[in-house]
Design a protein around this ligand. Structure first.
Ligand code: FE
Length: 223
């Protein structure tokens, strides 16, 4: 039986297969990040990495301001509340969170100021009341930088909890690179100086802040 006849007989099946393939989009493997020990987030979720929105021009200024050799972003303690396998999502917002919304954009660069594409960023934080979700994944999520090394996180400004100033935890990792575990801090918070983990090198740059929303940026420099 020739291929032509086979295709004719199975015409409807081939059309269905074609349509399913078209709906599924590109093969997941093409977008899948290189495996690495600390890429603990769900592999299934990582296969559908959405393209992050472009960072605003102000974050581009940060890229232009990078000077070689750029100082590596300092690590700080992971703390007790990290959970592996966070969902793949750049927005941690959900109904009922309360607090001030925060849009954090920026870059992941290497010490040569080159953007790191497909870098993993795994964020976790307390809610606006200073409480972590340790049973579920509220305010936890991972994402990957785009081809230009850009990321965008939509979340809320975390609240205070005993002994700590406002902070967002994050693990950052270039494909096949070492994991940077660190925290981001907020400028102008009175508790910063009293927090032994606080490091001014980890302050986000607030670009716009209103009564209910804040826009800020940060550039990670990693190995
Ligand atoms: Fe914490």
């Amino acid at each position: 039986m020739t291929l032509q006849i086979l295709l004719k007989q199975a015409g409807s099946t081939w059309l269905l297969v074609f349509l399913l393939a078209a709906c599924a989009g590109p093969a997941p493997a093409a977008n899948a990040p290189a495996p690495a020990a600390a890429r603990t987030a769900s592999p299934a979720a990582a296969q559908s990495t959405p393209a992050p929105a472009l960072a605003p021009a102000s974050a581009g200024d940060a890229l232009a301001a990078c000077q070689v050799p750029a100082a590596l972003t300092p690590p700080v303690t992971e703390g007790p509340y990290f959970k592996a396998n966070s969902p793949l999502r750049s927005s941690l917002l959900q109904t009922g969170l309360g607090g001030m919304s925060l849009t954090l954009t920026g870059y992941v660069l290497n010490a040569s100021c080159q953007p790191v594409a497909n870098a993993l960023l795994d964020f976790w934080q307390a809610d606006s009341q200073g409480v972590y979700d340790n049973s579920g994944y509220t305010l936890r999520g991972h994402q990957f930088t785009d081809a230009g090394g850009r990321f965008q996180l939509l979340t809320v400004v975390p609240g205070l909890y005993p002994g700590r100033t406002e902070h967002i935890h994050v693990k950052v990792q270039a494909p096949n690179g070492p994991v940077l575990t660190t925290q981001l801090f907020f400028p102008g918070v009175q508790n910063n100086q009293a927090d032994g983990i606080y490091n001014p090198a980890l302050l986000i740059t607030v670009e716009k802040a209103g009564a209910a929303a804040m826009q800020a940026s940060f550039t990670f420099i990693i190995q």
